[in-house]
Design a protein around this ligand. Sequence first.
Ligand SMILES: [Zn+2]
Length: 154
Amino acid sequence: MGKKRVPRLNSLEWLDWRFPTEDSARQLFERLVWPDGPHCPHCGSAEAWRFRDKGRISRPGLYECGNCAGQFTVTTKTPMHATKLPLKVWLRAIYLILFSSKGVSSVILGQQLGVRQSTAGVPKNLLARCCRMTISPSCGATASRSSNIPDPCR
Ligand SMILES: [Zn+2]
């Protein structure tokens, strides 16, 4: 008793256990998008730091570019930015879409994510478009499981 059970690896339960907060999900996206540290999406500069407002560090995840002075987060200029969905929801959506062998409907996705079907359709359609462009024509589990995707959780 008292000892926390570790969920089965690479399950949805594991995902929630490993990335329980919005902050932890954001940090994962930051490691994936910026493996070498933050890059400004406005000008491409790697000279960036946590944004400070009147000397105080602002909300986590907000950066400022040392070159163009633009502010940005890991989702700036990505399709995720406009949706206003929490990154935890995006993480779950990506997991469910990539690891479902037969595809997942917006209805099921909405139930699993705890959002309306119309809201769940947004990440589904965006990811489907991205997959067609970059991963494979099918974007199935075969493609994602067989490729050697580095473990971002190390
Ligand atoms: Zn910049």
